[in-house]
Each structure stands twice: as structure tokens, then as C-alpha cells.
Design a protein around this ligand. Structure first.
Ligand SMILES: O=C(O)c1cc(=O)[nH]c(=O)n1[C@@H]1O[C@H](COP(=O)(O)O)[C@@H](O)[C@H]1O
Length: 291
């Protein structure tokens, strides 16, 4: 089995080092039916495997992390999970961090099982980090937060999502700064990272947030202090959802240094040619550098 991360160095520290070396693009690996068709691949687990391993090959050495979207593999049942396991192992071998975009969230006792699936050394599905949904209460995520900390892994908790429907829940209670649902999640993530910093002295914590690149003025309107989070910010929305590096800089201001921007279809659409994929990855990375 490929070597697992060491708890001695937290996910946040490992991510920060790779961002300093390679820039802040995370390549999303989302084998959508339309993309497989455009690549002349069958819409099967085998097609998803060829697509995913090619995107990983193009990403290797160029980006700090890849983010496979679990549903796009799950749709093929056990064959899809086998592909995901192979991809996660291959990312580890290639020295690229993996973020399993599973958006898990449940009552604590069930959450413990999700944590074992996505964050435990013994699991074939273990990734460097997993996305989590906090809408059963931030503390319901405790088993995943604790296992990630114990094993040098990380989490990204949904804060403000990129879809327009998210605002109805995430902005709720937001007339006063700090009162919105999103602000409470930001505050809880900040507390996790402060505790990790006190334990390990890391400069970047391992409890990240998801803040969509397309949320407009919501960060300002809700008074979210993202710099104080001291953890990574996963920002989906580049490319296919319309956001650019300049949009991210404007949105995040001083917290831009914590941003890991993700693009899935925007990169996938450049394939299947490896050179074209690399060009798209380098162009997106340069856009983020110049932002
Ligand atoms: O957690 C995520 O990654 C996520 C959160 C969010 O708010 N919005 C969002 O688009 N995502 C994911 O990010 C990816 C965006 O894909 P593209 O629009 O093709 O770049 C998809 O895998 C989404 O599931």
C-alpha cells in the first residue's frame, strides 16, 4: 500500500508547502457523461478510469492537489469505487494531495464511520482531505475533525457554497455580522485551527472551509473574517462556473493567500490531449498567480 501521510505534519502545513511550490490551483476530477463523450470514452467505470488517470498525469508536478468528485464515480457502483481507490493511490504515488469531494455529514455515530472511510490509514478510500457538510451541526463533524487531526489529514467544511440555492440556508440570521449560519461555521473552523496551531505551531491549520468563488459580496455582507480562519479555503467556481483569478482576489482580499481554487470542467474540457490539458492547468495557475 502506498505510504500514508504522517501525523507529525498536518494537512495544512503540507498543503501550504505545495502551494508555495506549485501555485494555488486544485484540479477537479469529475468524469461527467458529457466530458467522457467529448473525450471519445465510454460512459462506464473504464471510461472514468482513463479520464481520471489522464487528468492526474497532466496535473502531476504542476498543482498541489486534485479533487475527485465522489458522486461521479459512485454512479458506477462498486466498479466506480474501485476506480476512485486506484486514483487516490495513484495521486499519493505522484505526490499530489487528494481531496475527496464527498460532502459527508451525519449524526456523530454515523459520522465516525464516514471518517473511517475517507480519513483512516486502513481505508482504501482514504484521501488527504474530505469535504464535509455541517448542516447537522458543526459539532456533529467531531469524529472526522479528530481523526483528521490524529492522522495528519484535513477537512473542508461547507461555508458558503457556489450554487445560488445555498444562500437561503447559509445567509440565514445574517443581519448582524457574526450571526449568520455561515459566520458560525467560520467561527467554529477558526477555533479548530487555533487549537491545532497551539498544539503544533503550524502556520496553516487543517480545518478548511469551502467558500464558492461565485458568492459575490456575501463574504463582506455577512462580515465573515476569513483571514482569522487560519486554514485553507477551497474555492470552487473557476472556469465553467465563470469566476476568474481576479474575481477571487477581489472576493477574498487578504485571505487570498489561504485560497485553493478549484476548476473541474474548465480543465477537463481541454482534454483528452495531455499537452492541451497541461496548457490549461498552467494557464489557470498563471491566472491565479497574476490575480
Ligand atoms: O465542495 C465542492 O467542491 C463544491 C462546493 C461548492 O460550493 N460548489 C462546487 O461547485 N463544488 C464542487 O466543485 C466542482 C466544480 O466543478 P466545475 O464547475 O466543473 O469546476 C464540482 O465537483 C462541485 O461539486
Amino acid at each position: 500500500m502506498p505510504e500514508q501521510p504522517s501525523a507529525a505534519e498536518g494537512f495544512g502545513a503540507r498543503l501550504a508547502a505545495l502551494i508555495a511550490e506549485r501555485g494555488r490551483l486544485c484540479v477537479g476530477i469529475d468524469p461527467h457523461p458529457a466530458l467522457l463523450q467529448a473525450w471519445d470514452l465510454p460512459d462506464t467505470a473504464r471510461g472514468a478510469r482513463d479520464f481520471s488517470l489522464r487528468i492526474l498525469e497532466a496535473s502531476t508536478g504542476l498543482v498541489p492537489a486534485v479533487k475527485p468528485q465522489v458522486a461521479l464515480f459512485e454512479r458506477f457502483g462498486s466498479a466506480g469505487f474501485l476506480v476512485l481507490e486506484e486514483l487516490l493511490g495513484a495521486a499519493r504515488d505522484a505526490g499530489v494531495l487528494s481531496i475527496a469531494d464527498a460532502k459527508r455529514g451525519d449524526i456523530g455515530s454515523t459520522m465516525a464511520a464516514y471518517a473511517l472511510a475517507w480519513l483512516d490509514d486502513e481505508s482504501t478510500l482514504a484521501a488527504d482531505a474530505v469535504t464535509l457538510s455541517p448542516y447537522l451541526g458543526f459539532e456533529s463533524l467531531r469524529p472526522a475533525l479528530d481523526l483528521a487531526a490524529a492522522q495528519g489529514r484535513g477537512v473542508f467544511v461547507l461555508g458558503l457554497t457556489s450554487n445560488p440555492e445555498g444562500a437561503a440556508v447559509q445567509h440565514a440570521g445574517g443581519s448582524t455580522a457574526g450571526d449568520s449560519v455561515a459566520a458560525r461555521i467560520v467561527a467554529a473552523a477558526s477555533a479548530e485551527n487555533r487549537a491545532e496551531m497551539a498544539r503544533s505551531g503550524t502556520a496553516l491549520g487543517s480545518t478548511g472551509l469551502v467558500i464558492g468563488a461565485t458568492v459575490g459580496t456575501a463574504v463582506r455582507d455577512l462580515g465573515l473574517d476569513l483571514t482569522a480562519v487560519r486554514g485553507p479555503i477551497l474555492a470552487p467556481g473557476l472556469g465553467a462556473q465563470g469566476a476568474t483569478g481576479a474575481d477571487l482576489r477581489a472576493l477574498f482580499g487578504t485571505a487570498f493567500d489561504q485560497v485553493l481554487a478549484t476548476s473541474s470542467r474548465g480543465i477537463g474540457m481541454a482534454g483528452p490531449d495531455l499537452t492541451e490539458l497541461r496548457k490549461a492547468i498552467l494557464a489557470a495557475t498563471a491566472d491565479l498567480r497574476g490575480a
